[in-house]
Ligand binder design. Sequence first.
Ligand code: GAL
Length: 357
Amino acid sequence: MTHYTLPKARNFEHQISGKNTHLITLENSRGMAVALSDYGARIVSLLVPDKHGNPTDVVLGFDSIKGYLAADEQYHGVTVGRFANRIANGRFTIDGETFYIEPNNGANALHGGANGFHSRIWDRRIVYKEKADFYYVAADGEEGFPGKLSVMVKYRLTDNNELIISYRAQTDKPTVINLTNHAYFNLNGEGNGDIHNHILQIQAANYLPVDEHQIPTGVPAPVENTPFDFRTPKLIGQDIMQPDDQLIKGNGGYDHNYILDTEALAKKRPVATVRSPVTGINLEVLTTEPGLQFYTGNFLTGKDKGKRGNPYEKHGAFCLETQHFPDSPNQLDFPTTLLLPGHVFESQTIYRFSVVK
Ligand code: GAL
């Protein structure tokens, strides 16, 4: 039996850009524990009881801050912002003024630019063992985005084995915003091979096909009769290796935004459910966001070795990133990502764990 533990707090005590970093731990009464770091307001570990009651770490990550600094930038567990996902050519226009984010992904600006929120040291406030709040103020013009943006990300762990992530932001100039968490899940346990044996359901009849730069073409496509159909539970591995043009554009796997069915959203039902037949761990995702980026770790290379020394290989995890649609600032048919002064951006995502025997 694998023995999983939380990383040591002292391995996360460091200084980055003159600011101290820490490890913050949340625990509930049901044996679930979450380790967070103020470096990127990120999830480091998520211990969840498996079908035998054994705590299992279901997210990829490293056991020290140095591990994170040495690894390839894969956005492990981070809060992504100011704009999650891709902006074509790093350019967009607000009220006739064009803004430019230095491309860091081919011609695209990805995940808020090279020094997005994932690389910042957030201020923190911990409320006993069940809540931690992180704060960051992005300067006007930071990474090219207009407006001073004050952001808060709250993590709360409930006795119902839910990790609730709530986001709130305000700006002093019109800006664009798209926030998500980039946890890489493996419900067999982190570093335990690929996720092909996981059974996934996504409440979405349509998704957004991409071009060769992974920018949505702007025309939603039905999932029906494609490898993208997860409306009824299906093995992630069932179609992932198919010679499908969209899977190839995703670099050999899923890396696409699903347009979540409005009924599941309106009824506050899970928009996605994933289960490991090995551990019995079941993850339900609930959100207020309209989109879900399903990404199967296609850019993981096996070079980085995680918390228990196991390599993080391609398809070694999946991400379910709740968000607005990629490239929304340039795609005016998509739900808007514009945030105006005097308005409050709010969103919430719940990762709820249980065991299915
Ligand atoms: C995902 C994105 C992928 C890849 C990954 C980070 O959110 O969809 O294409 O960029 O982040 O490596």
